[in-house]
Design a protein around this ligand. Structure first.
Ligand code: NAD
Length: 594
């Protein structure tokens, strides 16, 4: 069966850059000549032009290469005013393959001895050599080349039809952009404001040398993305993960911007992280890495500018190290530089379980709207870390039955229900939920498709995709994790009547209590756990109601409604902060504006 795949914005950018190299643009021509290989020239130029690390450029190129080689038919969308799709001819597709191969790490379509006066001639030679075309002394190839170049340089988008199985590698940043587009269209958003929201305000990339326990030195790459600060200081977690990419951090930072906006907090959005494997590092190595990362970022973060927090594989200890290192740099106790700290050093009561408590409040609201009696319902939880464990524990205490749980090492199922606190003791002893008493093992895939009332993905992104969305049987999906559902899966869930509480709302309890922690740090006066809980409930339930209202009014799913609320708040703030619009507002009110 043929499957249609569209090239992502990043992949299209890569394709256009390849075409630019062939257009013999002088600035690019010198580049390609000064590098040892065309592959290296393309990767470094792409990395600089798009502000992404070279490793991310490789990944984009590999995807383009794979898709071009697997594409049976390739269509290009022409620019305005034509705005029409054109299919590439067989020769143009072959030419595209030769062109892509030219930039490959291991080119195989050109004769080794190929040497021609210009790059264009080398490509024509390679085409003739690989595809055996001799007609018209290469005129045929030359024509295909010219046509292809024109189409690639002007293409608005590229679509491929492929017989190959589509490996789902959705890019979370692309998902954010797609949803922003939908929300923007519904709100008739000013295109300029949309342009601002599409891009991160600032990206900081640092390389942190760390002396390892064996005396060797390793260098770790870290990121901090400050996406948008129109509503206040940027705020967002710090993720340690071996597969972390800048695109992922950008997407997470964009989500934070939407999350703080949808919940009405006076904060912007940011995110950070380090590409490392904390499971293979000793506590001492992790501390040195965290302190090095803090020193590298010190001038860019602070209680009034950007405030990190914990995320996957970081915790209150990590935050205490950041706070301590930063405090030493600035010369006073700067508790407010991070949130999620231990209570003894400026943390807030109730922060540990805040994300999950907020998640529970949103589930209670959703159940009310759906007319479901929550007590006695069955729950499956993917991921048994901070969010997954507390969500399971709180819902268990509420009276729900936790029937399945998983972590990175495997999953377990017991239709009679599990005791999360006891399960956590087992995990602490053995390192995983797998092997827990009276349970049958199940895979992560099986857990997602389980017959249950409530599904809580609380691990990583892209868990519910087009491939499994149709098989989800839960009535409510409450997104503890960020980005667990891809946009196309969302459509399927909505059609099938699954009520999705989107991440930006469902897991916003963490940032809400983080905000409370900042407030308490600034006052140096601390609230009781009860106060924290009731303020959290108030904030998140109000946000849920606002989103639900928009979803009903516009007949859209909860995610689009949440994006619409957030984007509207950001756009309003932007227009008030923009002098030009302020003049208009002042004029409209007949007030003098200097
Ligand atoms: P954590 O590191 O404490 O837990 C992550 C859990 O996911 C671990 O149990 C791990 O074993 C499991 N996991 C990893 N890969 C898995 C896989 N392939 N299948 C199943 N389980 C897997 O992290 P956390 O703080 O609980 O964060 C989890 C998610 O929630 C992330 O998406 C994070 O961005 C989001 N989130 C966290 C907070 C917070 O306050 N901690 C707030 C908002 C959102």
């Amino acid at each position: 069966m043929l499957t249609s795949v569209e090239l992502s914005g990043r992949e299209l950018g890569m394709m256009k850059l390849m075409a630019d190299f062939f257009a013999e643009k002088p600035e690019l021509a010198t580049r390609i000549e000064s590098y040892t290989t065309a592959h290296y020239a393309l990767m470094t130029t792409y990395s600089e032009n798009f502000g992404v690390p070279v490793e991310d450029a490789w990944k984009v190129f590999e995807e383009v290469e794979r898709k071009v080689n697997e594409g049976e038919y390739i269509h290009v969308e022409a620019p305005y005013p034509l705005k029409k799709w054109y299919g590439l001819s067989k020769e143009e597709i072959n030419m595209l393959r030769v062109l892509t191969d030219y930039f490959s790490a291991n080119p195989r379509m050109s004769p080794e001895s190929a040497f021609a006066a210009t790059r264009t001639e080398s490509i024509i030679e390679a085409y003739k050599w690989f595809f055996g075309t001799t007609e018209g002394n290469g005129e045929y190839a030359r024509e295909s080349y010219r046509n292809l170049m024109e189409k690639m340089q002007t293409a608005l988008s590229v679509k491929l039809e492929t017989l190959a199985p589509v490996v789902a590698t959705p890019n979370p940043y692309e998902a954010v952009l797609k949803l922003l587009q939908i929300a923007g269209e519904k709100l008739k958003l000013d295109p300029g404001v949309h342009e601002v929201l599409k891009r991160p305000m600032r990206i900081i990339i640092v390389n942190v040398p760390v002396t390892m326990d064996d005396g060797s030195i390793r260098v770790f790459t870290g990121y901090r993305v400050q996406y948008n600060d129109v509503l206040g200081p940027t705020k967002g977690g710090t993720r340690y993960h071996p597969d972390l990419t800048l695109d992922e951090v950008i997407a997470l930072a964009a989500w934070m911007t939407l999350k703080t906006a949808v919940t009405g907090l006076p904060l912007g959005g940011g995110k950070g992280g380090i590409r490392c494997n904390p499971k293979e590092m000793s506590p001492g190595e992790l501390e040195r890495l965290t302190r090095g990362y803090t020193r590298a970022l010190a001038r860019f973060i602070g209680p009034r500018s950007d405030v990190p927090a914990p995320d996957v594989y970081t915790d209150s200890q990590t935050m205490a190290w950041i706070m301590d290192e930063y405090s030493q740099i600035v010369g006073y106790n700067a508790f407010g530089v991070v949130t999620g700290k231990p209570v003894d050093v400026g943390g807030s009561l109730g922060r540990n379980e805040a994300t999950s408590r907020g998640l529970m409040y949103t589930i209670i609201e959703a159940a009310k709207h759906l007319g479901i009696e929550l007590r006695g319902t069955t729950v499956a939880v993917q991921g048994f870390g901070n969010v997954g464990f507390h969500a399971a524990k709180l819902l268990h205490e509420f009276g729900c039955k936790i029937v399945a749980v998983s972590d990175s090492k495997g999953g377990i199922f017991n239709p009679e229900g599990l005791n999360p606190a006891d399960l956590m003791e087992h995990k602490n002893k053995t390192g995983s939920v797998a092997g827990y008493k009276n349970c049958r093992a199940l895979s992560n895939g099986e857990l997602l498709e389980l017959e249950c009332d409530i599904l809580i993905p609380s691990a990583l992104e892209n868990q519910i995709t087009k491939a499994n969305a149709g098989k989800i049987k839960a009535k409510i999906v409450a997104e503890g994790a960020n980005g667990p559902t891809t946009p196309d899966a969302d459509e399927t869930l909505y059609k099938n009547g699954v009520f999705v509480i989107p991440d930006v709302l469902a897991n916003s309890g963490g940032v809400i209590v983080s905000y409370f922690e900042q407030v308490q740090n600034q006052m140096n006066y601390y609230w009781t756990e009860e106060e924290v809980r009731s303020k959290l409930e108030n904030t998140i339930v109000n946000a849920f109601k606002d989103v639900y209202e928009v979803s009903e009014e516009y007949k859209v799913n909860m995610r689009i409604a949440a994006y619409m609320n957030a984007v509207k708040r950001l756009a309003d703030a932007m227009s008030f902060r923009n002098r030009k619009t302020l003049v208009q507002v002042a004029e409209a009110r007949n007030v003098a504006f200097e």
